[in-house]
Design a binder for this molecule. Structure first.
Ligand code: SF4
Length: 211
């Protein structure tokens, strides 16, 4: 959902391959073991089997994540890495874990907010809900976001505004794919963005800086 955070940034990076972060490689591997004892050595061996060039210092991060996850209760997965599709919406998604009671979750390598979930996570849960509803014919109320470094699993119930956001984001994506340059959004996360100069020189002062 990079297009949601800033469509201009997405446009600049549209031809760059998306690579998995080292922290994600660690969190993802832990996720396969949630709901069962988390053995640091076993998980580390799996991580370096998957990513042999990973910095050995990441083992400390693994230990921190395991300590955090051991404080919570986790449902073991009965299925992992399940691809979901909505032909109607033209979207494909991936569920990281499905529990025996049918609840699904996605895995994040980020820390959790004090309350709620990040906008991009809500969008991803909503996209998966669209796909599952089309695949099963039943309404999907929501799904969990698992913030592994903090050991937090947070349920997000899909709201109508999330569904509207998905539809609007898909429209933006379509027009970028058609070659249109997106408009600069007022609330884009420009402070932390490496394209700030490029954007400022292309549009002059941003309105949000003048207000
Ligand atoms: S500087 Fe702002 S508008 Fe430009 S790409 Fe970055 S986040 Fe988007």
């Amino acid at each position: 959902m990079r297009v949601h955070a800033c469509p201009v940034r997405f446009y600049y990076e549209r031809k760059e391959p998306v690579s998995e972060s080292d922290r994600y490689a660690v969190c993802k591997q832990i996720s396969y073991h949630l709901g069962t004892p988390l053995d640091e050595e076993v998980i580390w061996q799996e991580i370096i089997a998957v990513s042999p060039a990973l910095d050995p210092a990441l083992k400390d991060f693994l230990a921190l994540c395991i300590t955090a996850c051991n404080k919570g209760e986790w449902k073991p997965a009965v299925q992992t890495d399940v691809k979901v599709v909505s032909d109607k919406m033209g979207i494909v998604g991936m569920i990281d874990r499905i529990a025996a009671d049918g609840t699904f979750s996605i895995v994040r390598a980020a820390g959790a907010m004090p309350f709620g979930t990040y906008a991009a996570d809500r969008l991803r849960i909503s996209c998966i809900a669209f796909c599952l509803e089309e695949m099963t014919g039943s309404e999907v109320k929501g799904g969990c976001v698992e913030y592994i470094p903090d050991g937090v699993s947070r349920m997000h119930e899909v709201q109508p505004r999330d569904r509207r956001q998905v539809i609007a984001t898909l429209h933006k994506l379509k027009s970028i794919k058609n070659g249109d340059m997106p408009k600069h959004p007022l609330n884009a996360p420009c402070n932390r963005c490496k394209y700030r100069e490029k954007c400022e020189s292309s549009v002059g002062k941003r309105l949000s800086e003048l207000l």
